[in-house]
Design a protein around this ligand. Structure first.
Ligand code: COA
Length: 161
């Protein structure tokens, strides 16, 4: 039977920190779905369609990775999709408190056996967040090496508009 994992987030935008987790998770599972969350309360720079398109392009070299989106409860999407694992990246100890709460709440909501699997972020990217990337880029700072090339192109385009 195939092992299927979900890696979820807002990805506004996808960073090299996310790419590191995606690349490593894609080696561990037969199928990896990137689930872009539809969160109406979070104002995003990129539309859902743009975020999905950007992730598809950035991950096209990974044949077992697909991109999807969901709204509402993560656990509902996981239960409906027949996932074995939900992948989370841990950047620093500060992520731990939030992540353990979320993993434990979700564990109550999952039907069947679904594991939350934590991958330690590559230290090169442990300080990164999408908000920081957006702020530095909008103020003219360099984000070279912190996002995939294709994401930088989308960001340059968006900031020109
Ligand atoms: N590298 C770089 N940045 C990273 C990262 C990594 N490896 N991992 C996380 N980040 C960044 C993200 O880009 C994000 O930055 P931002 O806040 O500036 O946008 C920040 O760290 C937080 O990431 P994350 O915790 O993944 O938040 P999110 O908003 O991207 O996604 C969900 C949150 C989708 C996991 C969560 O809100 C959810 O499950 N929602 C569904 C509703 C639900 O079920 N709620 C009940 C949960 S118990």
């Amino acid at each position: 039977m195939k092992n299927k994992a979900l890696y979820t987030g807002s990805f506004d935008p996808l960073t090299n920190g996310h790419m590191d987790i995606i690349t490593r998770a894609a080696r561990l599972y037969d199928e990896l779905v990137i689930g872009v969350v539809v969160n109406p309360s979070k104002r995003s720079m990129f539309s859902l369609e743009e975020r999905e398109e950007m992730i598809r392009k950035a991950t096209e070299c990974l044949p077992n990775v697909t991109v999807d989106h969901f709204s509402g409860l993560l656990a509902d999407y996981v239960n409906a999709g027949g996932f074995d694992s939900v992948i989370r990246g841990l950047r620093a100890t500060t992520d731990f408190e939030y992540e353990i709460q979320m993993a434990q709440m979700n564990a109550r909501l999952y039907q069947g056996h679904v594991e939350t699997v934590f991958l330690m972020t590559n230290p090169n990217y442990s300080f990164l967040s999408s908000s920081m990337i957006k702020e530095v880029h909008s103020l003219g700072g360099s984000i070279d090496g912190l996002v995939p090339e294709i994401i930088l192109e989308y960001m340059d385009e968006k900031n020109k508009a």
